[in-house]
Design a protein around this ligand. Structure first.
Ligand code: KE4
Length: 431
């Protein structure tokens, strides 16, 4: 058992001051039990808690730290920029530089607006879709998580699913009625919703690689293409929420990997390199509806601030290096196969879903996990909690919920992966 006295004291103090002692619910370890580790510092593939325990980190701040923690070039760039001013509340050239990079890298984006989080990005994209189409209803998927704006907290994934509260309190029923939901991979359910709400649906928002019910694999029978087709037929917009999978499953995100072009794309996490940046963008004719070009209002005090723009630039620039994603995916596959082999050796039934450099291990008798219901009804969530804590004691930091994804970084070495696989074998032997 690792020494965690200081984290325990910190948590006691934090709970007096912060709801659940945290500033984002999943961090509180509520579904896995135990004491959340308070981090002191991080570097590369590793994080250290305030008691001095070192962990190999597969959360990476929930995706942003794709280069690894405290990458020297990113840190240096942020330090230099900070000395010239953290935020102006006025245009700066760094915004142009990052916007140009996003437009160059994300196939469907002609025009982009920066905001401060993924939630802001999706909230704004939904308002834009409603403004552009003049329609109020929209479709999301069971277990899809698009941040915490009211309309998305209906059958939501991530922390909402983790705590069994996929429909949050405080969301007015009259507003939630505008949110229509369907199971992943069920195009017939989508067709039915359009038939029942003719001319009323502004958009479909989808994580093209779902990561908030654990990683899900959309049926390779062209589900995304079917969504593209029905949006074209029905005059609705297709929004890809690539906050998590953007720059994670490939340089051009899921839309480039699968070759399906959405009308709008939401980004976050990696795009800020660890600083608060979100973005939404798409076809020029749609984006020109955003104020001050058009009637759809959206604003933000810190949007496009030089510090965050520089962190994003220093990060995205390095993703363009030849072979970056091949290597990231190779390491991820090696880890997933090693973890599954360890489960097999230990006689623990498990399956894994992996796309690119994001993955989830599920403890289940099922041959495959392909829906939120599969997770909530057919995965051993109690065992996951014990596995999570055993891995923590073995020096490996995984996401504290079965409904989350794990992330590889460029800083993880083959030795780190071998050590993780060995740690998992020891952890399973204790369970
Ligand atoms: P943020 O507002 O947390 O930056 O982004 C919201 C969001 C939007 N869309 C997708 C697909 C997302 O995964 C997220 C946020 N992801 C969670 C992890 N599942 C953030 C971690 C947390 O909530 O603490």
């Amino acid at each position: 058992m690792t020494e965690i006295t200081r984290s325990q004291n910190d948590f006691d103090q934090a709970r007096k001051l912060l709801p659940g002692g945290v500033n984002s619910p999943v961090r509180a370890f509520k579904s896995v039990g135990g004491t959340p580790r308070f981090f002191d510092h991080a570097s590369g593939a590793y994080v250290w808690d305030v008691d001095g325990n070192q962990y190999i980190d597969y959360v990476g701040s929930w995706g942003p730290m794709i280069l690894g923690h405290a990458h020297p070039d990113v840190v240096k760039g942020v330090q230099q920029t900070a000395e010239s001013g953290m935020s102006f509340g006025a245009p700066c050239e760094l915004e142009i530089d990052l916007a140009q990079l996003v437009v160059d890298l994300v196939p469907s984006i002609d025009v982009v607006r920066f905001v401060n989080s993924g939630s802001e990005a999706t909230m704004s994209a939904l308002r834009l879709a409603r403004g552009f189409t003049g329609r109020d209803k929209f479709i999301k998927f069971d277990g899809g998580y698009h941040g915490h704006a009211d309309g998305f907290l209906v059958k939501a994934g991530s922390g909402a699913a983790t705590f069994g509260e996929p429909d949050s309190a405080g969301v007015p029923a009259d507003y939630a009625k505008l949110t229509l939901t369907a199971p992943f991979n069920d195009i017939e359910a989508i067709k039915k919703l359009f038939a029942e709400n003719p001319g009323e649906i502004a958009c479909i928002i989808v994580e093209p690689v779902p990561g908030n019910t654990g990683v899900m694999l959309l049926n390779d029978n062209g589900f995304l293409q079917a969504l593209r087709d029905i949006c074209d037929t029905e005059g609705a917009l297709l929004i890809f929420d690539e906050v998590m999978c953007g720059f994670r499953v490939g340089l051009g995100g899921a839309q480039e990997r699968f070759g399906i072009m959405p009308d709008l794309t939401c980004l976050g996490k990696v795009i800020g390199g660890g600083l608060p940046v979100g973005a939404y963008g798409g076809r020029e004719e749609i984006m020109r509806q955003i104020s001050p070009d058009g009637p759809v209002y959206q604003a933000g005090t810190l949007s496009g601030n030089p510090l965050a723009m520089r962190a994003g630039l220093e990060t995205l620039t390095r993703l363009r290096e030849p072979g970056f994603y091949d290597e990231l995916e190779r390491k991820t596959t090696k880890l997933v196969q090693g973890l599954l082999a360890g489960c097999k050796t230990a006689g623990v039934p498990a399956v894994a879903n992996q796309v690119g450099a994001m993955f989830t291990i599920f403890f289940t008798e099922l041959d495959a996990v392909s829906s939120c219901t599969d997770v909530s009804s057919h995965c051993d969530l109690e065992f996951f909690g014990r596995y999570f804590n055993a891995m923590l004691d073995e020096g490996v930091y995984l996401a504290p919920s079965q409904y989350e994804a794990a992330f590889m970084s460029a800083a993880h070495s083959d030795a780190d992966i071998d050590n993780t696989i060995a740690a998992a074998a020891r952890a399973l032997a204790q369970l």
